[in-house]
Design a protein around this ligand. Sequence first.
Ligand code: AMP
Ligand code: FE
Ligand code: FE
Ligand code: ZN
Length: 287
Amino acid sequence: MRIDLHTHSTASDGTDTPAELVRKAATAGLDVVALTDHDTTRGHAEAIAALPQDVTLVTGAELSCRIDGVSLHLLAYLFDPDEPELLRERELVRDDRVPRAQAMVVRLQELGVPMEWAQVARIAGHGSVGRPHIATALVELGVVPTVSDAFTPEWIADGGRAHVGKHELDPFTAIRLIKAAGGVTVFAHPLATKRGRTVPEAAIAELAAYGLDGIEVDHMDHDEPARARLRGLAAELGLLTTGSSDYHGSRKTCVLGEYTTDPEIYGEITRRATGAFPVPGAGGRLR
Ligand code: AMP
Ligand code: FE
Ligand code: FE
Ligand code: ZN
C-alpha cells in the first residue's frame, strides 16, 4: 500500500487542479493521497468528485503557524471542515495572504521589478496566494531562472528584501482547534533548514505534550542525519512519523509518492481522527 500524506493543488500553490492531482495519484500507483493545501480546504470537493476508483482521499490542510518568531507548518488531517472556530482561523490566515502578497509586489516594484498585482492574481487564480505565485511571476519576468531561485535573501526568502510576513496561528491554538474538530496534527518538515530558521526540539516536545500527534520525517528537505534525529525525537516523545512528497506539481521538483507513510501509521491516524473519514474512490473499498 502506497500512502502520500502531503500534496498541494491549485487551491493553494500547486500547479495541478485537485481533479488532476487525484488522477495523477492513481497513475503514480498511490492507494492513498492526502490533499493538504495551505490554509484551505477549498480543493476537497473537486478532488472527491474526480476521485479514481482505486485511490482513497485523506482530506486535510497545511496550516501556517509561528512560534517565537519562527514559522512552521502543521498538517491537519480528517478534521470536520465545518467546525466554526477552526474554519474562522483558517479563513483569517488564508484571506490575509492577499494584502500580504500585494505588499510584496509593492516591495518588488520599489526594487525596480515591473510586477503588477494583476499578474500574481492571474497566476494564483482561485488559490490561496503565496510566495510561490510571486516566484512564478519573477520567473515570467525573467528576473530569476527558476521558482526556487526566488527564495533568496535578495528576493523573497524569509527576511529577504521583498519578503513580507503573514498572519500565522499560534501552534498550540492550532493543535487545540484541530483536535476539537476531530482532526490529527502532524508537524510538517520540522528540520527543513533551507526554508529558514527551524523550531528547537524543546518546542517540539512542548507541542507533543500539548497533543501534537506526529512529525513528518521522510521529506525532500530532510537529509539522512535530519531524519535520524527526528526518528529519535519521535521515539522519545511518542510521536507518529510520516513520509510524503509535499508535491506542488511543476513548481517543485518532487514527484507524487516520492516518499510515503507506513500503512500502520496511516491506520493509527485514521483511528485517531473523528472529524471526517477517508473518502474511498468511486466504487472502491475503504482503506
Ligand atoms: P508562503 O506560505 O506564502 O510564505 O510560501 C511558502 C511556500 O513557499 C512553501 O509552502 C513552499 O511551497 C515554498 N517554498 C518555501 N521555501 C522554498 C524554497 N527554498 N524553494 C522553493 N519553494 C519554497
Ligand atoms: Fe507550498
Ligand atoms: Fe510546508
Ligand atoms: Zn506543503
